[in-house]
Design a protein around this ligand. Structure first.
Ligand code: FAD
Length: 354
């Protein structure tokens, strides 16, 4: 087992508040490691409303969720945070020297003096397709993330979903079929309505591939599995579909890609020994500190009198937490001074602009 990564600050969650936490810690002179279950930063902004407009970010009259995530990431650049994506913080335990040892679902370990829980409404995980017996085929024939192109070669591929990820996967598989390299035998996009949500150019590509017969769209809902006993184990051979006209049909399938969106799940957080009130972490609003020493909670996950679940409020909390953590990390030192980025040489040096 590799030794843990030693750091002053670990941020759990790369949503807008986790990203701004990194920035505020950087201003205080601390480098941060950041963990998120998602493969990209942005939290709810990217996972739930990437192309919708936000109108209440100070100084930005309008921006999309994706644009805000991009801008916040850019703002962290001077502080070169280290991101550990596609993994969930699973365990947190205090060490005899007061530091915190954290471990993620892929085995990355951190030994840190402070922890910033910016976990929002929970870790985003793919919504599963609830059909009896489906777990037995996960990873081999049922996938919640796009598999390697070779996995689809010669296969009857069904993509279940209607959002950008689903449409993109269908378009990619259809293009793979047309290219002849690792070509799937057939590509079907399955959704309960013939309506898909994706950027206009992608929808246009989908329409063109449908017209060229490179992929089919089936309208209906998966209600069961058709399987076949074989060696070394049973194989998934078909999806039973209920159509809008209450008819049943069986869609042949060798590889099923399920993209039904993401759902938040509080997950392991509830086992970390932190007091919770209605799935939220109570904090002191002056510091955003929890009752555990060195552990702070910011953004949608925290609670205090008057709390508002707004990005703007999360930014304020990240600032308060960074000041409190700076004091915590330098015990016995003079109170942390307020400095302006406009005039402070020290802050400008940290930002790399002086
Ligand atoms: P999140 O954005 O939820 O990010 C938390 C991150 O933590 C996630 O990426 C998650 O995967 C990760 N995570 C959780 N647990 C773990 C773990 N154990 N290990 C690793 N990673 C973990 N707010 C506004 O101010 N203005 C608006 O106009 C606005 N519009 C909205 C529109 C919609 C449709 C929705 C759903 C929300 C909107 N909000 C808006 C609310 C805003 O998106 C949230 O307040 C904001 O995203 C909270 O940020 P956060 O960083 O605290 O949490």
């Amino acid at each position: 087992m590799l030794p843990p990564i030693e750091t002053d600050a670990l941020v759990i969650g790369a949503g807008p508040v986790g990203l701004f936490q990194v920035f505020q810690l950087g201003l205080q002179g601390f480098h941060a490691h950041v963990v998120d279950t998602l493969p990209a930063v942005g939290g709810q902004c990217l996972a739930l409303y990437p192309d919708k407009p936000i109108y209440d970010i100070p100084g930005l009259p309008v921006c999309t969720g994706r644009e805000l995530a991009d801008r916040l990431l850019l703002q962290t650049k001077p502080f070169a945070p280290t991101f550990h994506l596609s993994q969930e913080v699973a365990e947190v335990a205090q060490q005899p020297d007061g530091r915190w040892l954290l471990q993620t679902t892929v085995g990355t370990r951190f030994l840190t003096r402070t922890v910033f829980i910016a976990a929002g409404v929970g870790a985003f995980v793919a919504r599963s397709l609830r059909l009896e017996g489906i777990q037995a085929f996960e990873d081999q024939q049922v996938h919640y993330q796009a598999p390697e192109p070779e996995t689809l070669a010669g296969q009857r591929v069904v993509i279940n979903g209607a959002d950008e990820t689903a449409v993109q996967a269908a378009v990619d598989a259809a293009n793979q079929k047309r290219s002849g390299l690792n070509a799937p035998r057939s590509v079907t996009l399955l959704h309960r309505k013939d309506v898909f949500e994706a950027p206009a150019p992608l929808l246009a590509e989908l329409a063109a591939l449908r017209a060229a017969d490179a992929l089919r769209v089936t309208v209906g809902q998966a209600v069961g599995l058709q399987t076949h006993d074989s060696t070394p184990g049973p194989r998934l051979t078909g999806l039973q579909i209920a159509t809008a006209d209450d008819e049943e049909l069986t869609l042949p399938v060798d590889q099923l890609l399920v993209f039904l969106g993401l759902a938040p799940r509080l997950g392991p957080l509830v086992n970390w020994g932190l007091a919770m009130e209605r799935k939220l972490l109570p904090v002191d609003p002056v510091s955003c500190g929890t009752e555990l020493p060195g552990i702070f909670a910011v953004g949608d996950i925290n609670h205090y009198p008057g709390k508002r679940k707004l990005i703007l409020c999360g930014f304020h909390e990240a600032t308060m937490a960074a000041f409190a953590a700076a004091q915590w990390l330098s015990p016995g030192q003079a109170p942390v001074r307020l400095q302006y980025t406009t005039t402070s040489t020290q802050l400008q040096q940290r930002l790399g602009v002086a």
